[in-house]
Design a protein around this ligand. Structure first.
Ligand code: GDD
Ligand code: MG
Length: 364
């Protein structure tokens, strides 16, 4: 990787979104800081950016803006220089890029990397930047293919890789190829975005550039890619990192079926697999089953309980015989015995679902 590194490349990291789809996890944290395979989500993106030669990153913050700097500081521990820019009210993705660009130091003709801050990607950023530079593009978008493009920016290209349209969240996608949320902008092109205004890079800037005849390129590949902006994707991403489906320099332990952080209390008679992370102070009792999930600090999965593809919040408890699948249990909530949570249900913090009267035990 390093032989393709790009010394002195600057990046803007978009981290101002509300993370609505990840509530209640994002009620008191930006999604970008949620513990993912044992570390704040962005630790993976930052370590990877550094491995591609990025040395200076400007955070474009808005929602819970003050929470980022205490976690990452000036970046020196990561071998990076980090700068924090804040929007008083959210400026949208384009407005955020324009606002953060005030803190860039590179020349007008230099390439600048722009990263959505909720993406896990194994693509070769160096190759994307080299393509941008060699073809003297205005913007080069990383593109990937997904089964359901309606939730993303649909991006058709011609045979030379030139982007011919940008259709954000269209109900009628013309291709499965979508905007993967990693752009290379020529520095001077950022200055064409109006300052101090709410601007969507997807709905305004990209369509405008294409319309004006500027060269907007697609860099398409088949590498691992995931937007972790929904609970299902978030647990999938965390589990994929633990299982080694995407390598991350920030993973705090060896790749394997589970990541048990120091201070996790997991019974030898529990089944914990599928890339599950168990945080400090979390307890998994004998006879419990936990698969593909994220157990946050101080949570408890009791004997005979099952947790699959779910997040169990800080200090939350899943009691004996309860089953939690494809769900989020908010901090300190209690899922009483016999309850069955499934299909995307999200329980807010401090909720208690009492034990069910239905008998759940195997001796019925
Ligand atoms: N600073 C700042 N200000 N950041 C913002 C703002 C804002 O007003 N609005 C959103 N962001 C950040 C989010 O925090 C996130 O990191 C990124 O911009 C993208 O926002 P999302 O809310 O995650 O958008 P999305 O996932 O629905 O769609 C975007 O990403 C897809 C790929 O995952 C679009 O870029 C799509 O075109 C793309 O396909
Ligand atoms: Mg997203």
């Amino acid at each position: 990787m390093m032989e393709h590194s790009l010394p002195n490349l600057e990046a803007v990291l978009l981290v101002g979104g509300l993370g609505t789809r990840l509530r209640p996890l994002t009620l008191d944290s930006p999604k970008h800081l949620l513990p993912t395979a044992g570390v704040p989500f962005l630790a993976h993106q930052l370590a990877q950016a550094r491995s591609f030669g990025v040395r200076r990153i400007v955070f474009a913050t808005s929602y819970k803006a003050s929470m980022f700097e205490p976690v990452f500081g000036d970046g020196s521990a990561l071998g990076l220089e980090l700068v924090y820019m804040e929007e008083e009210s959210p400026l949208g993705t384009g407005g955020a890029i324009r606002n953060a660009a005030d803190a860039l130091t590179c020349a007008d003709d230099a390439p600048v990397l722009i990263l959505n801050g909720d993406i896990l990607s194994g693509h070769d950023v160096g190759a994307q930047v080299r393509e941008h530079v060699s073809r003297q593009a205005a913007v080069t978008l990383h593109l990937t293919e997904v089964d359901d493009p309606t939730r993303f920016g649909c991006v058709p290209t011609d045979s030379t890789g030139r982007v011919t349209a940008f259709l954000e969240k269209t109900p009628n996608p013309v291709t499965n190829r979508i905007n993967a949320g990693c752009y290379v902008f020529t520095r001077s092109v950022i200055d064409t975005i109006p300052a101090g205004e709410v601007v969507s890079v997807e709905r305004q800037t990209f369509p405008g550039l294409i319309e004006s005849g500027a060269l907007v390129l697609g860099y398409a590949d088949q590498a691992y890619w995931l937007d972790v902006g929904t609970p299902a994707a978030f647990v999938r991403g965390s589990a994929d990192l633990v299982l080694g489906r995407l390598s991350s320099p920030a993973l705090p332990g060896p790749v394997g079926e589970s990541l048990l952080l120091p201070g996790a209390d997991v019974s030898a008679e529990a089944k914990v697999d599928g890339g599950t992370t168990v945080a400090a102070g979390a307890v998994v009792e004998a006879g419990a089953t936990v698969t593909g999930s994220v157990l946050l600090e101080g949570s408890v999965v009791a004997s005979g309980a099952t947790v699959v593809d779910s997040v169990v919040g800080k200090g939350a408890r899943v009691r004996s015989g309860a089953s939690v699948r494809d769900a989020v249990v908010g901090d300190r909530s209690v899922i009483g015995a016999g309850n069955e949570l499934q299909a995307g249900i999200r329980i807010w913090p401090d909720v208690t679902l009492s034990d069910c009267s239905v008998r759940w035990s195997s001796d019925i």
